[in-house]
Write a protein that binds this ligand. Sequence first.
Ligand code: WAQ
Ligand code: MG
Length: 283
Amino acid sequence: MKNLLSIRMRASKTLRSKKYGVSTKQKTPNEQQAMHISGAEGLYEGSDIHKVVKSYIERAINHPKGKPDKVIITIEDIKQRPKVISALPVATINCRTPREGKKAVIALLRSSGISECAVDTAFGLIKQGTMRGAAIVTGETGKRLEPDRERGVRVSRLGISEQASKLLSARLSRQGINTDTVKEALVLASKVISRKDVLAELCVSDDPDYTTGYVASERFGYIRILHIKHKGSTEGGRAFFVREDPDIEAIVDYLEKAPVLINKISLCRGNVSIDEILNSPYQ
Ligand code: WAQ
Ligand code: MG
């Protein structure tokens, strides 16, 4: 495999109003007033730099959230060889209300060995919707372990090969869900679950208009949950459930720093019922 680069983009907009500077701890004045507009990242070959940077800039300046006044592009040589993994299989549960969605989430998480109290911790932080990264929650006792509770853990240095990305797009297209949002969330969840001491992930978008969330696990794959929240809700966040007494430093290091590349795609199913999933897990 050729040497790879991590290319990342982050677009933000400065806000004058004080009401956005909710928290002051551990933040620089710049961060305090910056509203996140969009971000993207991937692992690429050197010959793709121009093409990728161009597409990231397009994305940054044409975002429905508004015009950024700061766009940061990072291009970093990856010294380590990336770990190569398969994408999780995809399926969708067509829940009609957040109540139904939460029930499906609880059933999936409970069947993945996550306790009720850990699920409560995750729903609690998602309801607040204030973190930029993810919380790390122990699957049994529901304790939070991420070193910076305000920011959370940011999964980074991840990507998908061009070939795998094309195949994934083709499969998702058949289900009418071939969007950057779904693809990027699947890549992220696949990296997170590839870490053996992470048992499951729960994700709810912080975008008020995006009401589909997901639960990811080795056992069930990437299960999309429609209507996990009400339209207009500012809830949102991610929780990674881990085994009790894990090596938290090693987990955070893996999620934030270890390069992981997806080069294989798994089954992409359409709508399935929660019972079908629970009765015939993927693995
Ligand atoms: N690492 C860890 N946590 C993150 C990251 C990251 N790189 N990016 C975002 N988060 C956390 C943060 O707390 C956000 O508030 C929360 O996740 C949601 O982020 O198949 O768009 O970017 O249709 O709003 C799910 C797609 C989309 C479901 C999720 O998340 C589907 C999404 P958002
Ligand atoms: Mg978002």
